[in-house]
Design a protein around this ligand. Structure first.
Ligand code: ADP
Length: 176
């Protein structure tokens, strides 16, 4: 499913964030230390290779709600944007922090003039953010920011499960 907002296409796909060769950048659901770990971060670091960990080391630690950009090394993309979402019930206000990390990712993409981005469902795995609330926040940020984006033209949510895809599809269908 996809929808157009101004000149930006928001697309939903089921898949693996490390296998999106047509995108300029993929977004990492990072941990504060920007280390491999599990989930998205583990998959991204495995696919990118040890150079990514070395590139991340001087940038860490980062705070919830922030993001940093690195090259993508062995991933089939140009860049990785590492976002630290809130740990649900711990990093507060969690809705503001989740909003901010998506906004920061867009800011970094615009600065680097990236045209296409792939986002996982940040904070909804190990960080336990309720999936529907997180999806609503993520999609709202994209729709709200679409009119002011000049480089970014394609935003793909790369979702791991049918359940996540359904939730995002329901919310995207109601937006705008
Ligand atoms: P966080 O620590 O921010 O919660 P996780 O990596 O634990 O991040 O999970 C975020 C979401 O990404 C979860 O919904 C998880 O199922 C999903 N996910 C895990 N691995 C991948 C992957 N390789 N590609 C896309 N999504 C993934």
């Amino acid at each position: 499913m996809e929808r157009q907002f101004h000149s930006v296409t928001i697309q939903l796909a089921k898949g693996d964030i490390t296998r999106q060769p047509d995108l300029d950048a993929v977004i990492n659901a990072a941990n504060a230390g920007l280390m491999p770990g599990g989930g998205v971060a583990g998959a991204i670091h495995r696919a990118a290779g040890a150079e990514l960990e070395a590139a991340c080391r001087p940038l860490a630690p980062i705070d919830p709600g922030s993001a940093v950009i690195t090259p993508a090394f062995s991933l089939p993309n140009r860049h990785v944007i590492h976002c630290l979402g809130p740990v649900y019930g711990v990093d507060e206000p969690s809705d503001r922090l989740l909003t901010r990390c998506y906004e920061r990712a867009l800011d970094l993409a615009e600065e680097a003039k990236l045209g296409s981005l792939g986002f996982p469902a940040i904070s909804t795995g190990a960080f336990a953010y309720p999936k529907r609330d997180a999806a609503a926040i993520a999609l709202h940020v994209m729709v709200q920011r679409a009119p002011s984006l000049s480089a970014v033209r394609l935003i793909r949510f790369v979702l791991f499960s049918d359940d996540d895809l359904t939730i995002h599809r329901e919310i995207l269908a109601e937006l705008g």
